[in-house]
Design a protein around this ligand. Sequence first.
Ligand code: CMP
Length: 136
Amino acid sequence: VSERTLVLVKPDGVSRGLVGEVIARIERKGLKLAALELRTADRAVAEEHYAEHAGKSFYGDLVEFITGGPLVAIVVEGTRAISAFRQLAGGTDPVEKATPGTIRGDFGLEVQFNLVHGSDSPESADREIKIWFPSL
Ligand code: CMP
């Protein structure tokens, strides 16, 4: 069953020059790029995207960070795309959870600067794709 998921290469991934690396891994996995845009998120988009974290201790820093520079938003499509991308990304904590061979495990050190985002469920994917690509 083909699915769509929303992937972000966060500002840390863009500033470190890892956009190509992330896209290469998505493509080599066999997933397809359905939409892709380099943009700087405004506050409204960031707060909508991270609505479920509103009120958490790290929320303010997270919104500052995600709006702090250009990011790449991608709609990724393919069989089991949601879990397939989460497998590529590795766990949220790049050191304690993500294993070597994953994007975060290979390139990350800090939870906040964990390089990529991927939707965690079909409901999140639908919601997030509407936020970033309202015309899709
Ligand atoms: P992401 O998958 O985009 O979803 C929520 C984000 O919040 C997560 O990646 C991290 O970047 C960030 N995050 C989660 N937990 C923490 C934390 N304890 N401290 C700072 N940032 C966090």
